[in-house]
Design a protein around this ligand. Structure first.
Ligand code: 0XW
Ligand code: MG
Length: 368
């Protein structure tokens, strides 16, 4: 089996309900990049990468597309099932840009599954169940509004809520956490995610003033030095997200005892292949973690669900998907959906999602 054509599509994903707000960014429309890998055996695989705007992380939409333009021509003629060789070819064509290579990697896993007649989660070691937990991420909001939404989401079945905090007076963050804690139902887990925006001073104050409330504090500050300085002055478990950039960063964080868990993003680390390694490093260090991406449609959601399904449930904090913020599915029948706080693992071979490519329009790039 050889790759004969690679098509790259743009997909506009407007945010349902207006704006998704984090400490250092606010987005109302995301541009996703879908990669279609066509082989000479007529097996087709799909991958996707969708940075959540240009300031959440160093990744950005046009960067992904420029990187794919660099990489694409070097992949024609390769067997996409030889994932190691495929990654070698991508690395020889371009240094870095893991988030773009991730889209090719995801498509290659989709092809592997279709070609071997197995689901991606089966190839990754096997799913622990038919569904995986997810969690809801509440935008940076005023305390009352956040508490109202927390009630609503718990009523919908979410068992974990991530509150976005930061980018404002820390007193308001503290008040938000306190108000949400008041409406927290037994069994609901909380995370407070500052997306890098707090100073160490404010992170310490927040943890001190909320020491009676159980939650994990996710990526409070923007540098490893700050996190290391904070580490033993907090009353809450510390999670790493944005700075868990790749296998090496995660390996270091686990082995040095820097954190208590992770928010992982599939495309940031380089796709399903890298995430599998990271999953195993976390297992070796008994680290809880999520399996998310920053944004994206059914393809990325399915990839997160497949990997998430293979993580030990006792350490799995859920697969976050952008579905609640997106109007349409690429695959109306099999696109991952959230029901009662959980997502069904797709049952078809590969990713189990068959995108309706016609809705993407003409490719913006094509290699053959
Ligand atoms: C909630 N997420 C997984 C989705 C957003 O893109 C940000 C992210 C996070 O935890 O930072
Ligand atoms: Mg986070």
């Amino acid at each position: 089996m050889r790759i004969s054509t690679i098509n790259i599509y743009n997909v506009d994903l407007p945010v349902v309900g207006g704006t998704y707000r984090m400490s250092l960014s606010a987005v109302s429309l995301l541009k996703s990049t879908v990669v279609e890998v066509i082989t000479d055996s007529a097996t087709v695989g799909y991958g996707e990468t969708c940075p959540v705007g240009p300031t959440y992380a160093p990744e950005h939409v046009l960067g992904a597309r420029a990187a794919l333009a660099e990489i694409g021509p070097h992949l024609i003629g390769l067997d996409p099932r030889n994932l190691g060789l495929l990654h070698d070819a991508m690395d020889r064509a371009l240094n870095g840009s893991r988030y773009a290579k991730a889209a090719v990697d995801i498509a290659a896993w989709d092809i592997c599954g279709k070609s071997y007649g197995r689901r991606v989660c089966d190839l990754l070691g096997g799913a622990t169940g038919e569904t995986v937990p997810t969690y809801y991420s509440i935008s940076v909001k005023e305390p009352e509004e956040a508490a109202r939404e927390a009630k609503e989401r718990q009523a919908e079945g979410f068992k974990r809520l991530q509150l976005k905090i930061g980018g404002r007076d820390v007193e308001e963050d503290i008040e938000t956490i306190r108000r949400v804690a008041e409406v927290r139902e037994p069994g609901t887990k909380l995370a407070a995610d500052a997306n890098r925006a707090l100073t160490s001073r404010d992170a310490i104050a927040l943890s001190e003033q909320c020491r009676d409330i159980p939650f994990v504090l996710e990526q409070p500050c923007g540098s490893l030095a700050e996190l290391a300085g904070l580490r033993h002055r907090l009353h809450h478990p510390l999670y790493l997200d944005e700075l868990g950039t790749d296998v090496n960063a995660v390996m270091h964080a686990v082995s040095s005892g820097l954190v208590d868990g992770f928010g992982h993003k599939l495309t940031r680390v380089g796709g399903i292949s890298a995430m599998r390694t990271i999953r195993d490093i976390c297992a070796a260090g008994s680290m809880p973690h999520t399996c998310d991406d920053s944004w994206g449609g059914d393809i990325i959601a399915a990839a997160c669900v497949h990997v998430g399904a293979t993580v030990a449930p006792s350490r799995f904090d859920g697969a976050w998907i952008a579905a609640p913020y997106i109007q349409e599915h690429y695959d109306e029948e099999n696109g991952p959906r959230i029901e009662n706080g959980r997502i069904k693992v797709p049952t078809g071979d590969g990713l189990g999602v068959v995108p309706d490519v016609a809705r993407f329009g003409a490719p913006i790039l094509s290699f053959s």
